[in-house]
Design a protein around this ligand. Sequence first.
Ligand SMILES: [Ca+2]
Ligand SMILES: [Cu+2]
Length: 378
Amino acid sequence: MSAKSISTNQPSSERKKLVWWPALAILIAIASGLAWFKFKPNTPSTNKLAMDAFEPTVENKKPAPGPAPSGMVWIPGGEFSMGCADPTADLCGGTETMFDARPIHRVYVDGFWMDDHEVTNAEYAAFVDATGYITIAEQTPKAEDFPGAPPENLVAGAVIFTPTPEPVPLNNHFQWWRYEHGANWRHPDGPKSSIEVRENFPAVHIAYEDALAYCQWAGKRLPTEAEWEFAARGGKSGNMYTWGSEFKPDGKHQANTFQGVFPVTDAAEDGFAGIAPIKQFPANPYGLYDVTGNVWEWCSDWYRYDYFETLAKSGKVARNPQGPETPFDPVEPSERKRIHRGGSFLCVDQYCSRYIVGSRGKGEHSTGTNHVGFRCVK
Ligand SMILES: [Ca+2]
Ligand SMILES: [Cu+2]
């Protein structure tokens, strides 16, 4: 079994790793293979079984507590089935079994307000202007955090997706991610790029604590993973995507994902090669835009591959789950990862089909990249 089976297209901890590349990448590949055997899923093997696990969503009837704050929509909360069936048998289901998103289990969340869009560059700029906040990608990495790293590599920067010139085996994401000095939210594609013409694009190169700082300033917080999935499903149950169960209803793309040969050419059949401005596709039934695709969104939970299993074992409906106490990803056991949800403009069925609404992503908490952003709740 290859590393691909349980890794994603996210460079989950490159800021910590790229200084040692390539020796570490090889170690990770080996460790991933070993981890796969050790943490092999024991969840239902057929898609039918897993699909049957979905029960109807029961929304709370209580109306919104007042008028909607600007740019936010009311998510009523309620009880729903969380997680996803093995998508490998379905058209566009991708190649991964998504075992960390099973078993499908019952969860209840209280109602809350949610940003109807991913936080934009203009919004992040307002926060930075008001507070002088400096994101992690703008700070010089400290030598003590990267023991043994050559000093010339200890330069502020961020991780950027770079297409490969030719098709490559999809078993090592270091082939299409690079550490770019001077890249950060103000310069998303590197020092020569700017956000001047991208005010309405999601802010990227935002690490977990950078997202948290924004939320706190705005009087908001990050969603829990359960809140995020309840909101994304829009009151429906068991759908593969936020808009239904067909990837392209009437032949129309519903989100900014990746078409073409990954990671060589983005054919942009959805209208966008790379990142897109917000609100270019229809909203979900709750009025949320871009819950699927464009950029990943930070959630407040730590990532543990077996968290759903733990909740399901209790036999009860999980009420307002806040995530596990501690993170653990068998692929990179030493990294502390938080949940990412929704997939990005790089998601593609050939490699990472995490535009599937119940699927899970993860990222090392101090690493932002050019396809990870966030939205807030309150
Ligand atoms: Ca696209
Ligand atoms: Cu993906």
